[in-house]
Ligand binder design. Structure first.
Ligand code: URA
Length: 215
């Protein structure tokens, strides 16, 4: 996605002071059947500028392929388009010297609000038939903090979503209605293997939903 320069400048300004690195544009076609909304890019994505190109991305692409989706027919983005990192000091066991490391972390509410103009713009341009959120961050960005992926995964929502208000400091409900399917984040499986079956079932449901769009 080529964003307008003033939009990128605005988000850069709104991101001042946050520990965010790089800028990775959302990718995919305009007017696809599906838009995927993840959390934030990680280190791999900062390197190669391809959303979901790290370990979680491998899981995601497999799941997508299982229902006939590819990067070419699906728009992929996330709530935050820069890598949130934290600064840790630790002992390097080999050199016995202290060093700083900068691991990924979950974006916080202020960072998600700072980047909200980008996702609003993408939605207005891409106009997907269906949105699938990946994990709690994407889900709560669009439907609010009461939505929990553990409760809502695999249940189809139809209605307004959250977008920024005119003064860009709060969310308000959109006039347009959207179809949203909450899915687990593909990295969830790394921490909880017992989700495997649920994740499979949710993707089958998404496949059926997309097929109905064709009728
Ligand atoms: N997780 C996300 O939400 N987005 C990426 O691009 C990579 C991991």
């Amino acid at each position: 996605m080529d964003y307008p320069t003033d939009l990128v400048d605005l988000v850069a300004k709104r991101s001042t002071g946050f520990q965010l690195e790089g800028f990775i544009a959302g990718q995919g076609p305009i007017h696809p059947k599906l838009m995927l909304v993840g959390e934030a890019p990680g280190r791999k994505e900062v390197e190669n500028h391809i959303p979901f190109s790290g370990a979680a991305g491998k899981e995601l692409i497999q799941a997508m392929e299982s229902i006939g989706l590819t990067r070419e027919n699906t728009y992929i983005t996330s709530a935050v388009r820069s890598r949130p990192y934290k600064v840790l000091e630790r002992l390097d066991k080999r050199t016995q010297k202290n060093e700083f490391v900068y691991p990924n972390r979950t974006p916080n509410k202020k960072e998600i609000l700072a980047h909200a103009p980008l996702l609003d713009y993408e939605l207005s341009q891409v106009q997907p038939k269906i949105i699938a959120t990946l994990g709690n961050i994407g889900l709560q960005r669009l439907l609010g903090p009461k939505w929990l992926i553990s409760e809502k995964h695999g249940t189809v929502y139809r209605g307004s979503i959250l977008k920024l208000n005119d003064t860009l400091d709060r969310y308000q409900l959109s006039k347009r209605e959207y179809t949203v399917l909450p899915l687990f984040h593909p990295a969830a499986i790394f921490y909880n293997r017992s989700l495997t079956e649920k994740i499979k079932e949710d993707w089958i449901l998404l496949g059926n939903l997309l097929e109905k769009e064709d009728e």
